[in-house]
Design a protein around this ligand. Structure first.
Ligand code: ADP
Length: 336
């Protein structure tokens, strides 16, 4: 749905050049929720804004639904942008307009007939649950309600893609969850491709299918959320995972256990999470174990668990137990 090909963005700041994006290539698939995570200054904003060309890349191509956005004339670009909605951290609502008028705004710009605008606005108010606030002004709304207006406005022209620029960063955790649930529902019901940027792994974990980690204008890691979350490779990714993980206790991983024992981390995903495979296997092998740390949580709607255990076995006996666990589908990693 979206292809970014070798995107570079260099800002000129006085006599200084700042390379915000160095060489970014990404392929975002139709219908997925794709997250981009990075620390402040990593290039997230520049990256998401280059998808609708709010920031024009210095070099590289942006292809959205088969159309090379970078090659369009100004008027053609305006037209194609209607297929890409966007929501913002600070909502960017027009304070002098009511909720209804804010939502209708892009439809009026697109010169849609009055009755159609009216009908569409009612639909959108229903979708985001703001029917009772149609005549309110933004200043009368909570942060979560303002973002709902932002979402309704972004969806007004029936876009194929929704870009979310730190859309929950100004919201408290509970409101964040309700907005994330709404985005997930919109993705499911309308099939819209969603791209979001965030500095919170929790946001990625709640709703994204795939994730890219950006650092210093480069993608340093990319993949399915479950893979990246459970097996982070790059130090920046590990930082983010530790931030969101209930099991992040560096001390357990840092120290090695006493002799004759072997520490392993076991990852369960999906239905496995609830099966007694570990218990059954270690009992059969007659190898006792102690649990050092454990967590069960959710990745999007998939349950997962991670356990750090100490097998009371070493050498060939430990290897045999680990092989038996692996043969039953568990992901086992030896910690040294
Ligand atoms: P993030 O969204 O991850 O915080 P940004 O994309 O905003 O990162 O910024 C990436 C880098 O580009 C930073 O070093 C930032 O200072 C710089 N930058 C962003 N916008 C501009 C601009 N308009 N002019 C000059 N430098 C900019």
């Amino acid at each position: 749905m979206i292809q970014l090909q070798q995107i570079q963005k260099i800002y000129q700041s006085g006599r200084q050049q700042i390379a915000a994006l160095r060489d970014i290539s990404l392929h975002i698939r139709p219908g997925e929720i794709f997250g981009i995570i990075g620390h402040s200054g990593a290039g997230k904003s520049t990256l998401i804004r280059s998808i609708n060309l709010l920031e024009r890349p210095t070099s590289g191509k942006v292809i959205v639904d088969g159309i090379d956005m970078t090659a369009l004339s100004y008027s053609k670009l305006q037209e194609e942008r209607r297929a890409i909605g966007m929501i913002f951290q600070h909502f960017n609502l027009l304070s002098s307009l009511t909720v209804k008028e804010n939502i209708a705004f892009p439809l009026r710009l697109a010169k849609q007939p009055k009755e159609r605008v009216e009908r569409r606005v009612q639909e959108l108010l229903g979708l985001v649950g703001l029917e009772a606030h149609a005549a309110s002004y933004p200043a009368q709304l909570s942060g979560g309600q303002k973002q709902r207006v932002g979402i309704a406005r972004a969806l007004a022209t029936e876009p194929k893609v929704l870009l979310c620029d730190e859309a929950t960063s100004a919201l408290d955790p509970q409101t964040t969850q309700s907005i994330l649930s709404l985005l997930l529902e919109i993705n499911r019901r309308l099939g819209i491709t969603i791209v979001l940027i965030t500095h919170e792994m929790q946001v990625i974990r709640s709703i994204c299918d795939r994730v890219a980690v950006i650092d210093g204008g480069l993608i340093v890691e990319e993949g399915a959320v479950a893979d990246v979350f459970l097996k982070p490779q790059h130090p920046t990714t590990r930082d983010f995972v530790a931030q969101a993980s209930d099991a992040a206790d560096a001390a357990v991983y840092a120290s090695s256990g006493p002799g004759g024992r072997t520490r392993v981390r076991i990852t369960f995903l999906g239905e496995q999470t609830y099966e007694p495979v570990l218990y059954d296997t270690t009992r059969e092998m007659n190898v006792p174990f102690a649990i050092l740390q454990g967590t069960i949580s959710q990745l999007k709607q998939i349950p997962y668990g991670q356990l750090v255990i100490e097998l009371h076995a070493a050498g060939a006996e430990a290897d045999k137990t680990i092989a038996a666990l692996q043969s039953r589908g568990l992901d086992v990693e030896v910690l040294r």
